[in-house]
Design a protein around this ligand. Structure first.
Ligand code: ASP
Length: 304
């Protein structure tokens, strides 16, 4: 099946992915070998920059014995000659067994899934969704906190353009977490996602002040202001640097509060925070490997 939107998955299906991901950890760490995906080819099409998502998919595929082909920027491909996404997808569909697509346009993965016969995995579509990031985020919370239900999760930063929080907020609501959305009013969570969260019986708090809510957080999910999505650079300048987590900010937080970030960070978390027990964003980045291994194994390798 395709992995386009977190809405396409039930809680049970996500739980299943997380369970398999747990078993993949020794292979992800290189402590055990696997040939589960030997002979399989992953087509990796990245129309937007990426470090963690692209490399962790590549790592996941390689660790399971498969191979990856593709591009990490469209300039070197026929996209630069004006080829449409639909045509590129039709080609890559013939060269590989699964397609991983990152694209600046919302809905691109859905379109690709329409034209591809092979499974399509959405690695981020504009300001839309980032479902595999969501699964690794849930995996990280579960690992640290043992449970997601009842956790007080504060999501802070660019909730308007940040695709990671769009899919994560919906999934967290499905898992019964309590949500607080902290953003400047112009970057608050879009109505569409808020409605989805509320439809799952969740009554999120909305605030623009991190200081007011940080003391109650079990999980603080920090995001970057998505500069590249602002139609007007002056608007970006108005909100850049609104939130910064430093030691001062962490003075009165819960002892076991965990800080997450999908990365890259561009000043939202001061480097000195890395040395505190709250910092979990590098573990989170590693977790992308076992979670993507689980997804590839399920989509390709006949795992049940
Ligand atoms: N790496 C994440 C994404 O692709 C977060 C970010 O870029 O801020 O959405």
């Amino acid at each position: 099946m395709d992995v386009v939107s977190i809405r396409d998955f039930s809680r049970e299906q996500i739980e299943h992915v997380l369970k398999i991901a747990d078993k993949m950890v020794p292979i992800a760490k290189g402590e055990e070998r696997s040939v589960l995906l030997e002979g399989f080819v992953l087509g990796s099409l990245f129309y937007e920059p990426s470090t963690r998502t692209r490399l962790s998919f590549d790592c996941a595929m390689t660790r399971l014995g498969g191979r990856t082909l593709g591009f990490d920027e469209p300039k070197g491909s026929s996209v630069a000659k004006g080829e449409t996404l639909a045509d590129t997808i039709r080609m890559v569909d013939a060269y590989c067994d699964v397609i991983v697509l990152r694209h600046p346009q919302e809905g691109a993965a859905r379109l690709a899934a329409h034209f591809a016969g092979k499974p399509v995995i959405n690695a981020g579509d504009g300001a839309g969704q980032h479902p595999t990031q969501t699964m690794l985020d849930l995996f990280t919370i579960r690992k640290e906190k043992k449970s997601i239900e009842g956790m007080n999760v504060v999501l802070v930063g660019d909730l308007k353009y940040g695709r990671t929080v769009h899919s994560l907020a919906e999934a967290l609501a499905m898992f019964g977490a309590q949500l607080t959305f902290v953003a400047p009013p112009s970057l608050q969570i879009p109505k569409e996602h808020l409605k989805q969260v509320e439809a799952m019986g969740e009554k999120p708090k909305i605030s623009s002040s991190l200081q007011d809510v940080i003391g109650d957080a079990d999980v603080l999910y920090v995001t970057r202001i998505q500069k590249e999505r602002f139609p007007d650079p002056a608007e970006y300048q108005k909100v850049a640097g609104t939130y910064r987590i430093d030691l001062e900010m962490l003075k009165d937080v819960k002892k076991d509060m965990m800080i997450m970030h999908p990365l890259p960070r561009v000043g939202e978390i001061a480097p000195e925070v890395d040395l505190t027990p709250h910092a979990k964003y590098f573990d989170q980045a590693f977790n992308g490997v076992p979670v993507r291994m689980a997804l590839l194994g399920l989509v390709l390798g006949g795992l049940k």
